[in-house]
Design a protein around this ligand. Sequence first.
Ligand SMILES: CC(C)(COP(=O)(O)OP(=O)(O)OC[C@H]1O[C@@H](n2cnc3c(N)ncnc32)[C@H](O)[C@@H]1OP(=O)(O)O)[C@@H](O)C(=O)NCCC(=O)NCCS
Length: 190
Amino acid sequence: MDPNTPVRSVLAASQTAGRDLEPRPVSASQSMLAELALPGDANNWGFLLGGKVMHLVDVCGALAAMKHARCPVVTASADSINFMHPVQMNQLITLKSSVNRVFHTSLEVGVKVLVEDVMTGAVKHTTSAYLTFVAIDEHGRPVPVAPVTPETEEELRRFEEAGSRREYRLALRRKSRQKAQESAQGENDS
Ligand SMILES: CC(C)(COP(=O)(O)OP(=O)(O)OC[C@H]1O[C@@H](n2cnc3c(N)ncnc32)[C@H](O)[C@@H]1OP(=O)(O)O)[C@@H](O)C(=O)NCCC(=O)NCCS
């Protein structure tokens, strides 16, 4: 490909080529990302910044979402993230992501973060997160995504649970929108 080709043209070409909306198994898009915790990303106490972990969670989640959807995606939301263990320098952070469920244009991806002390080999599960990505076309408009087929009992459980998480987060979205409208109204009135 010509490196000067604008990204939008590339996207447009991939969309007009017609997207495959045949169901795909969860295993086809499972992704992994690994990174060593380095001092440039540490806080003043020598632990990895939570924001760095959140960034990696977003990237690893987007990888699975894009591999499944085979088109660009944006992050619509991330459910609450709890950090169960601090990450120290020179520990290896490994992230694993998989598509739990596809709705229509959106998909829920689960990301698990493991931290390994490379000197001892001890591994800890430090956090898990659920993110919702939305597949978009070259104009940033949501586009349908191929269904995902859960094959194992674990995948089936995640598929079912993703349904109730969606209801909860869409209710939160409605509340946030309402608050944003009220806040904008307040700014305009003042
Ligand atoms: C996410 C975005 C594409 C949704 O666009 P929209 O015009 O509001 O579209 P819709 O209301 O039709 O929603 C599209 C889908 O997203 C889902 N969605 C939107 N906001 C959501 C949220 N906060 N949480 C979960 N799902 C959400 C909807 O349920 C719908 O899913 P479905 O088609 O599977 O039923 C748009 O709000 C956006 O571009 N946001 C900014 C994204 C961004 O910049 N992220 C950070 C950088 S990547």
